[in-house]
Design a protein around this ligand. Structure first.
Ligand SMILES: Nc1nc2c(c(=O)[nH]1)N[C@H]1C(S)=C(S)[C@@H](COP(=O)(O)OP(=O)(O)OC[C@H]3O[C@@H](n4cnc5c(=O)[nH]c(N)nc54)[C@H](O)[C@@H]3O)O[C@H]1N2
Ligand SMILES: Nc1nc2c(c(=O)[nH]1)N[C@H]1C(S)=C(S)[C@@H](COP(=O)(O)OP(=O)(O)OC[C@H]3O[C@@H](n4cnc5c(=O)[nH]c(N)nc54)[C@H](O)[C@@H]3O)O[C@H]1N2
Ligand SMILES: [Mo]
Length: 883
């Protein structure tokens, strides 16, 4: 829930009445107030780089898009949409492409996220239907996280599970992930399996369950069991690189637990055999009867705000609206409902294929809505080339400058989440009404409105005459029930007649919502029957390893994913200072043995290269990382770093059933990247950099902030810059590095601090000097030293981003007797909001407990804090940002 104060500042708190989060918010949600500002927002339509009116922009877009259809046919155009859209937006886009343009070339970023899970459910149940609900989490005996780092990616859900575990310690938690992640904090067992080997583990589990199964309970059972027969514990252990005893322990727990849930996310879906992995998990639940009842089930967690809504309206190129398929009966049904004779007859291009087709010139016009494919698709350099070549690129976005928008001919300013009205669906099929809490700025419009305006101009006005999302929702609800005799799981027909007032007041509900179940349906599959034919199906799975295979030239694995405080391509979170403090620079996390082999030390610059491309990050040595495998974040892009895009490395290899790319496994090599100096640059506008410089942009309130690294001394570059700008420059050399301040008319224009390794400087004080320049010579001297004028104690690395609590304060509190995460929370508030820092608080507690006596020595009062602070600063000077 969001509120605005008298001055218009936004504050956000959780809705304690919402059944899904019970009032908790993650740090990104809690920082919504900071991310809803208008800085960097796209506020006006643009045509060929010039601001335009809506009339002009829509006319131009429709004329150019229509001309491509006219000349080359409907298969020459495409939409690429997103789980950032609301259900009503998504419905409109899908209806236009599949119903009226007459091609199925609308795909979405959910292809990179959920498409394997969709295939898994459809093959098993006959429908894309998540059987579980969040309440099951409190009722289960065994909870298995597979390829899910929920502590960071689903912190609210994770805290709910952590609380359940605390209340009922007998509940067992297993984490299956090659890395030891923060999620392992509450685990009874962590299986650090070999990358991509999960199917072996679950096929072996099916084998272990086989004897106790009634015969012919499911379609496909005999084939599935036959495929599993050879998968003994010993073979699984070998395939997965795990000790036999650990595999046996997991199987034993699963067999004996009266109820069990498997929560799976990107470590499963983003795989060249992702669909089979999903079915291997579902098979184990079917075989053990751990499905369709409380505390049970295979639970695919979704990531984006409305990935699920997209699946319901048919946002993926491989399906039609409301769970209909490309079958003659469904196509005809849709034609009747929409009153169109142009319904797409065959599936369209899936994301990776789509951008290939753009690259080959077969698709000549693309409209991208709410996603940033130049960053998030694999082989993203090829995606950029394709976009650069494309005849017509239309982008609807809320952010002015994204890597993708740089290729746009026409840009439409959409309304952002906080300003939109409509519905979204979460992982447990719960539809929530989203209400705007901010007025729409500039000329921004809702996405559905933009689509409808385009549809009218393309000649389909009648079918897109909506005045309000309420009408779209009711149409969507009516379609879900249209000629639906129970064959289609998605049915919300009881909502088709909502009045505007009822729609506005809609309480969160789980679909199906029908005449029989008007209050919604928490769990599915209770009767043991599926959809489209009834019987549930087991899929025979032959475990396959990733297509990427580390070998001579590229001997290591690269795993990619999320970090705690960043969101996707950073359009929401990258400019929020407090979200950039936890991991301000992209880290390449590696096991110390791999680092040693490459001659890399903690905090060194690390270059990672694959057959596709390379990136540069900052080495973070950690034994939580398995030997032979690196981890790099997916977030950094060309707006935030010169060489930070991880998807330049990832190959466009996809699961044949789902089209989902293998984003978690890439074969790479690692080498140290040498630099003569590293530095911190603070400035009002970003100056031109020298060609040999690497840069990373960092969020800071008060000025711009960049971390730089260069090969040739920076003196010449700075001198030239100062000359061309007419700045007065103050230098300090030999202070362990080279520092410079640039002034104009008494105002600070730039501050630069370099050393051989990234120097530690007092960022906040330096930023403050841009608005209030230091008055005395001594203060200016201190500023040049990088220390700032004040003596504000450095906070150290920010651990709790919700309340801005730094490592130093936490260590001091521990030294003063706080001996648990809960006590630290009482004293400092850290960990008491989203809780995603609790694993780190515990790690600090454990570290401090094991410190040698000498380090705890007090040399008078608060000296302890400083001591730790100095130690921290020394380490940070060495570049070690993480643990
Ligand atoms: N902070 C933050 N939270 C987010 C997002 C964000 O951008 N930032 N995005 C949201 C979105 S859209 C999504 S889809 C979710 C994703 O949520 P998650 O899937 O939990 O996040 P990831 O970090 O992509 O990957 C999860 C884990 O898969 C592991 N993994 C890699 N390879 C394998 C493997 O072969 N087997 C197994 N078992 N595990 C493997 C990785 O080590 C990683 O810990 O997060 C959502 N939440
Ligand atoms: N290597 C690797 N690659 C990955 C992943 C990975 O783990 N590893 N994860 C994949 C996954 S799971 C996902 S979900 C994708 C995410 O990848 P993207 O979808 O590319 O990432 P976002 O940053 O969420 O892009 C959303 C864009 O939509 C804009 N936007 C936000 N709200 C709205 C709105 O209401 N309307 C409109 N029109 N625009 C809006 C934002 O400004 C932003 O430009 O990345 C995928 N790529
Ligand atoms: Mo996602």
């Amino acid at each position: 829930m969001a509120q605005r104060d008298a001055r218009g500042a936004v504050s956000v708190r959780g809705d304690t009445q919402h059944p899904a989060n019970l009032g908790r918010l993650c740090v990104k949600g809690a920082a919504l107030g900071e991310t809803t500002g208008l800085d960097g927002r796209l506020l006006y339509p643009e045509v060929d780089g010039e601001r335009a009116t809506w009339e002009a922009a829509l006319d131009a877009a429709a004329a150019r898009f229509g001309a491509v259809i006219e000349k080359h046919g409907p298969q020459a155009v495409a939409f690429y949409a997103s789980g950032q859209l609301l259900t009503e937006d998504y419905y409109a886009a899908n209806k236009l492409m599949k119903g009226f343009i007459g091609a199925a070339n609308i795909d979405t970023n959910s292809r990179l996220c959920m498409s394997s899970a969709v295939v898994g459910y459809k093959r098993a149940f006959g429908a894309d239907a998540v059987p579980c609900c969040y309440e099951d989490l409190e009722q289960t005996d065994l909870l298995v996280f597979v390829g899910a780092n929920a502590a960071w990616a689903h912190p609210v859900l994770y805290q709910r599970i952590a609380a359940a575990k605390q209340a009922r310690p007998a509940m067992k938690i297993v984490v299956i992930d090659p890395r030891r992640t923060a999620t392992c904090d509450i685990a009874d067992l962590h299986l650090a399996l070999a990358p991509g080997s999960d199917a072996g583990l679950f096929v072996g589990l099916l084998n272990a369950l086989a004897d106790a199964m009634p015969s012919e309970a499911f379609d496909g059972q005999a084939q599935a069991l036959a495929a599993a027969r050879e998968w003994s514990v010993a073979r699984v252990a070998q395939f997965c690189g795990l000790p036999e005893a650990e595999v046996a322990r997991f199987y034993d727990w699963f067999l004996r637990a009266p109820t069990a849930m498997t929560l799976y996310t990107m470590g499963i879906n983003q795989s060249s055999s992702g669909s089979d992995k999903c079915n291997a998990i579902i098979n184990a639940h079917l075989a053990s009867g751990k499905i369709g009842r409380p505390g049970c089930g295979p639970f695919s967690l979704t990531g984006q705000p409305n990935a699920m809504g997209g699946r319901e309206v048919g946002g993926l190129a491989s399906q039609l609206a409301c769970h209909m398929a490309f079958e003659p009966a469904d196509i005809a049904r849709l034609g009747r409902f929409w009153g169109s004779e142009r319904i797409a007859q065959t599936p369209g291009l899936m994301a990776v294929e789509l951008f290939d087709a753009i690259g080959r010139g077969e698709v000549k016009a693309v409209w991208i809505m709410g996603t940033n494919p130049a960053v998030s698709l694999p082989d993203s350099d090829a995606v950029r080339q394709a976009l650069a070549r494309c005849e017509l690129v239309i982008v609807s976005d809320i952010t002015a400058q994204t890597d993708t928008a740089a290729f746009a001919h026409i840009r439409f300013p959409a309304q952002a989440g906080a300003r939109k009205t409509g519905t979204v669906t979460n992982s447990e099929r719960r539809i929530s009404r989203q209400r705007p809490f901010l007025p729409a700025p500039g000329d921004t419009r809702p996405d559905w409105w933009i689509v409808a305006q385009m549809a009218r101009r393309l000649g389909h006005g009648e079918a897109f005459a909506w005045q309000h999302p309420h009408e779209i929702f009711c149409e969507h609800a009516a379609l879900s029930g249209f000629e639906n005799d129970g064959a289609r799981a998605f049915d919300i027909s009881a909502l088709a007649t909502l009045t505007r007032e009822q729609y506005d007041a809609l309480a969160p509900l789980q679909w199906p919502v029908t005449a029989q179940q008007p209050q919604g349906t928490p769990r599915l599959l209770a009767t043991g029957e599926g959809w489209r034919g009834g019987r549930l199906n087991m899929v025979a799975v032959t475990p396959a390893l990733p297509q990427a295979r580390p070998a001579a030239a590229y001997p290591l694995w690269l795993n990619t994913g999320r970090i705690r405080d960043q969101w996707h391509t950073m359009t929401r979170t990258g400019s929020v200072a407090r979200l950039m403090q936890h991991q301000p620079l992209p880290q390449v996390v590696m096991h110390p043995s791999d680092a040693a082999r490459a001659g890399i030390g903690d905090g060194d610059l690390a270059e990672v290269a694959s057959a596709q491309g390379f990136m540069v990050g900052w080495a973070a040595l950690s034994d939580a990382q398995p030997p032979g495998a690196l981890f790099a974040p997916m977030h950094w892009n060309a707006r935030f770093a010169s060489h930070g895009r991880v998807n330049t490395l990832v190959a466009p290899v996809c699961c044949p059933h789902s089209g989902q790319p293998e984003s978690k496994q890439t074969a790479v090599r690692l080498q140290k990247r040498h630099s003569a100096w590293q530095g911190e640059l603070f400035c009002r506008v970003m100056p031109p950099l020298a060609p040999d410089m690497l840069w990373w942009r960092r969020a800071l309130d008060g000025c711009l902030h960049f971390t730089l690294a260069g090969r040739t001394p920076p003196h010449g570059w700075l001198r030239q810059l100062a000359d061309s700008e007419g700045w007065q420059i103050q230098y300090a050399d030999g202070v362990g590095g080279f520092h410079a301040l640039a002034w104009r008319d008494g105002a600070l224009m730039l501050a630069f601090y370099s050393a051989q390794r990234r120097p530690t400087v007092q960022t906040e004080t330096i930023a403050a000097a841009f608005s209030a320049p230091p008055a005395s010579a001594a203060a200016r001297h201190a500023l040049l030293g990088g220390k700032g004028a004040g003596n504000a104690p450095a906070k150290g690395r920010i651990i709790c981003s919700c309340f801005g609590v730094g490592e130093n304060a936490i260590r001091a509190a521990i030294a003063n007797g706080c001996d648990s995460a809960a006590r630290l929370g009482d004293a400092l508030r850290c960990g008491t909001n989203c809780g995603s820092c609790i694993p780190e608080l515990k790690a600090l507690l454990a570290q401090t407990a094991s410190l040698p006596e000498a380090a705890n020595e007090t040399r008078g009062g608060e000296r302890v804090t400083l001591e730790f602070g100095e130690e921290f600063l020394a380490r940070q000077a060495g570049g070690q940002v993480g643990r």
